[in-house]
Each structure stands twice: as structure tokens, then as C-alpha cells.
Write a protein that binds this ligand. Structure first.
Ligand SMILES: [Zn+2]
Length: 305
């Protein structure tokens, strides 16, 4: 029988939000048994709470955004993944702006901070959702499919396919959540060069710099374009490396993008409100599909959202 866990002491992390460019601080506080995972917007009057539950998902266009009574918290997926990966059930997360810091684009820094705060066992049984039948979500237009079926452990198989010369079919497999910290948490978010220009033009990626996203370039890009992008990132110059990857990042794993997609699934699934036990298979996942999948699981398994 597993017990619930929280952290031993409060711990803070500061940095810039990827989309808003806001500089913010995230503080994890210990919380009592059955508290669950909740955000608190300490910059707003009354310090309103936003529960990290799938019913509160309001936008999935560039990340998973939640809101309660009109109070938003953007891009929660990497935080949620770091908590699940650390085995934390109960925590109160203070945030002094709308969007948590993107940090290095992965869950590594948050997991390290949580570890430093200490993972503490609590005197109550952990409630888990054990899947008892196969549940499938499909989005015919996007062609994505997510399935969960009964199993003794939480495992995930992911397959992505961007039909791109630089990023084609890629797979990642997590056999057990114990692999998460070393094999998946360090894997960074990624973006295609063409998307990047669009995001920059629409002011949607203001906090980005060339260390918190892997950038894939599909076609020949002119020196002029590279210079312009370098300028937008406040860098003197950028270059295209082998394999169509921009800038100064070196991949940690050949399949780092697929591993990051797996990280995102772990994060989005945590919005279920309790750890899920079952075997997940995902083809072309994304935040919209992931969160719809979570709603479907909740409905099928009669979990209160
Ligand atoms: Zn992500």
C-alpha cells in the first residue's frame, strides 16, 4: 500500500515565462493529507486558488492553461510532471504572475528543487486510479490516438510523426515512473523554425531564449533570417547544426523530442487528481488530445473531475 507524500520544506524557483515573458517566482509549500495539487496566485487580491484539475483546463494551444473563477495559470504541464515524477500528492504552489518560469524547457530544475526540499511520507493511504478496462481517445482530424489499458504499473509508449526531414517518426518508452527523473525529466521542449517566427511575430514566445527550446529547421534558411532570429533572441549569431538543429543546444538523447512529449503526457495525466495505474499508448499526442483523454478516463472510471 502506498502512502501520500508532500515536501519537507518550502522551496522557490524564479525565471521567465515562455509565452508572456513575465519574470516570476514559483514557491512549492508542503500541504496536508488529501490537499492535492493547487496553485495560489499571490500577486492577486485575496490570493485566489486554482486547483490543478482537468475540469479547470481552459486553453491548450501552446501548453496547458488552467483557470478557476477567471484566474489563470499558464503552462502547468512541466510542473505537474515534476510532481508526478517526484511522487508528490500534496503541495501548494505560489505563483506571483500568470505563467510559471520555463527554466530550461524541461522538468529537471523543478525535480531537483523538490528533491532538495525533501519528499516526505504522510500518514494516509495514496488514492490511485487503477484502470480496469481499455479506454481510447482519438482525434480523426489530427490523427492522434491515446489509449490506456489495465496493467500493474504506470507505463507510457509514445510515437510522434512530424513528417519532417529533420524530425520524422520517433518513439519513447517509459516502463515505470522510477525511470522518469533521469530518462525524461531533462528532456526539453522543441519548436520548428517556421513556428518560431510566427510565435515571435505574434508576441507569443517572449520569454524564449536559445537555451530553453530545441529548434528544428526543415529548409535552407538565409543568413539574413538567422541574423533576424538571433536578434529577436538577443544573441549575436545563431547557426544550424547537423540534423537541422539551431543554436547552442546539444541533444541529451537522439529521441529527446519524443521523450519530451512523454513528459508532457505525464504532466497532463496528473490533472486527473491522482496517480493513474495503467499502460498508456500515445500516437501524435498534444495538450488538447492529452487533456481530452484525461477527461475521458475520468468519465469512464467515474472519477469526480
Ligand atoms: Zn512540454
Amino acid at each position: 500500500m502506498e502512502k501520500q507524500h508532500t515536501i519537507g520544506k518550502s522551496v522557490s524557483i524564479s525565471g521567465t515565462g515562455l509565452h508572456t515573458g513575465q519574470n516570476g517566482t514559483l514557491t512549492f509549500h508542503p500541504a496536508e493529507i488529501n490537499h492535492g495539487i493547487k496553485f495560489r496566485r499571490v500577486d492577486l487580491f485575496g490570493q485566489p486558488i486554482v486547483e490543478a484539475k482537468v475540469k479547470n483546463v481552459v486553453d491548450t494551444s501552446r501548453g496547458t492553461t488552467i483557470a478557476q473563477n477567471g484566474v489563470k495559470v499558464y503552462t502547468v504541464e512541466h510542473i505537474m510532471a515534476s510532481l508526478r515524477g517526484s511522487g508528490i500528492d500534496n503541495v501548494l504552489i505560489d505563483l506571483n504572475c500568470e505563467e510559471p518560469p520555463i527554466l530550461d524547457g524541461s522538468a529537471k530544475i523543478m525535480m531537483a528543487a523538490l528533491k532538495e526540499a525533501g519528499i516526505v511520507e504522510q500518514d494516509a493511504e495514496r488514492k490511485c486510479l487503477k484502470i480496469t478496462r481499455k479506454i481510447t481517445y482519438t482525434h480523426p482530424k489530427v490523427g492522434c490516438e491515446l489509449t490506456i489499458e489495465p496493467a500493474d504499473k504506470f507505463s507510457i509508449d509514445v510515437k510522434v510523426d512530424y513528417k519532417s526531414g529533420v524530425l520524422n517518426v520517433q518513439e519513447a518508452h517509459m516502463h515505470d515512473i522510477s525511470e522518469f527523473e533521469t530518462e525524461f525529466a531533462p528532456c526539453r521542449t522543441f519548436v520548428f523554425f517556421q513556428e518560431l517566427e510566427m510565435l515571435l511575430a505574434h508576441n507569443l514566445i517572449r520569454g524564449g531564449d536559445l537555451s530553453n527550446a530545441i529548434v528544428f529547421i526543415e529548409k535552407q534558411v538565409s543568413e539574413e533570417d538567422l541574423k533576424r532570429v538571433a536578434g529577436l533572441f538577443h544573441k549575436e549569431s545563431v547557426a544550424v547544426h547537423e540534423g537541422g538543429i539551431l543554436n547552442n543546444v546539444t541533444l541529451y538523447f537522439d529521441n529527446e523530442p519524443a521523450r519530451h512529449k512523454l513528459l508532457d503526457i505525464v504532466g497532463d495525466l496528473t490533472l486527473l487528481g491522482m496517480p493513474v495505474i495503467g499502460k498508456v499508448t500515445a500516437y501524435k499526442p498534444g495538450h488538447f488530445a492529452n487533456t481530452e483523454f484525461v477527461k475521458q478516463i475520468a468519465k469512464a472510471m467515474k472519477v469526480a473531475m
